[in-house]
Design a protein around this ligand. Structure first.
Ligand code: TLP
Length: 348
């Protein structure tokens, strides 16, 4: 039985074109700023994000951490959604390494943050009991909120409040191209009102490694030092950048296929008794659904799915996440749905 792997779009492998580009990439020592492939990737990324400069990082986690290190000082407070990847999945780097405290506000439908909640969370200045709020972090698409999308207007509303209070805004745009394709707007529109954005090459865009942090020239000049400190100066990493350039040219438009497959998946799941998902709320390639308590915790269904050759992940005790990506076809989705039905029946 072929395994259908829906754990994440991070499992996508580089294309033949990427491998050829990697083999032939012009390289140099990037710590001296001399890797032509990295320089080209950074320029192209910055252009796509509508920012002055870009910086290749080893991962999305490193991009987020470097942004936080650049914008904050020890003892500052960062406001972010209570479902933020930075809070849940980045090993508390912002606390342990940046020395900043995370202040959580609720992530609502599709990952949105209520402007009133944000205003209330920002610390007023001039009180020595309070940590200064120096940064607000957004996420687009929102991983733990079923790949929900923030529109340019959603982002502007939040950014305006943060900026009025003297805070910067970092966008974890790990999957910003999924948001751009879903909304049919250029990615730069989604990053227009934030101070910096980090996006991943290694997720649905199929690169083996890498993210790019983009912002003003001044921000990137500072970020370069922090990236060096956390071990991110990668020398002849132009072999990775070469794959990134291929990805930016050829892997963005096809994300619409992943979204269509996620929609097909969500519709099929909605027809399976015991599973709860609203297909209309699925905007990109991440489908998160709830499992009825009568089927037991989601761990039971995950084990049953594993026996059926379907791999998934679990964001919570009664929920399951499935992610569509380049290696999943419409036929795989139909096959997966059949296996999910069987697994659910097994639990009854
Ligand atoms: N997300 C991974 C896991 O860590 C959960 C996944 O499978 O989705 N921001 C967002 C919004 C992300 O979803 C991720 C990875 C990252 C940052 C971190 O990227 P990497 O894995 O490159 O450090």
């Amino acid at each position: 039985m072929d395994v259908i792997d829906l754990r994440s779009d991070t499992i996508t492998k580089p294309t033949g074109e990427m491998r050829r580009a990697m083999a032939e990439a012009e390289v140099g020592d990037d710590v001296f700023g001399e890797d032509p492939s990295i320089n080209r990737l950074q320029e192209r990324a910055a252009e796509l994000m509508g920012k002055e400069a870009g910086l290749l990082t080893a991962s999305g986690t490193m991009g987020n951490l470097v942004a936080v290190l650049t914008h904050t000082q020890r003892g500052d407070e960062i406001v972010m959604g209570d479902q933020a990847h930075i809070f849940w999945n980045e090993s508390a780097g912002v606390s342990a390494l940046a020395g900043a405290q995370s202040r959580l506000v609720p992530n609502g439908f599709q990952g949105k943050i209520d402007p009133v909640e944000l205003k209330a969370a920002i610390r007023p200045p001039g009180n020595i009991h309070f940590p200064p709020t120096s940064l607000v972090c957004l996420e687009n698409t929102h991983n733990r909120c079923s790949g929900g999308v923030l529109t340019p207007q959603d982002t502007k509303e939040i950014a305006d409040i943060a900026h009025a209070a003297g805070a910067k805004v970092h966008l974890d745009g790990a999957r910003i191209f999924n948001a751009a394709v879903s909304l049919e707007v250029p990615a730069s529109e989604l990053a227009k009102d934030v101070d910096d954005v980090s996006f991943c090459l290694s997720k649905a865009l199929s690169c083996p490694v890498g993210s790019v942090l983009c912002g003003s020239r001044e921000f990137i000049d500072d970020a370069l030092r922090w990236r060096k400190m956390v071990g991110g100066g990668m020398r002849q990493a132009g072999i990775l950048a070469a794959a990134g350039l291929v990805a930016l040219d050829s892997m963005v438009d096809r994300l619409a296929d992943d979204h269509a497959n996620a929609q097909r998946l969500a519709q099929g799941l909605a027809n399976i008794q015991g599973l709860d998902v609203d297909p209309e709320s699925i905007q990109t390639n991440i489908v998160i659904f709830d499992v009825d308590h009568e089927l037991g915790p989601s761990a039971n269904l995950i084990a049953a799915l594993d026996r059926q050759g379907v791999k998934v992940s679990s964001p919570g005790p009664y929920s399951i996440r499935m992610v569509t990506h380049r290696h999943i076809t419409g036929a795989d989705v139909d096959e997966a749905l059949g296996r999910v039905s069987t697994a659910v029946k097994e639990l009854r």
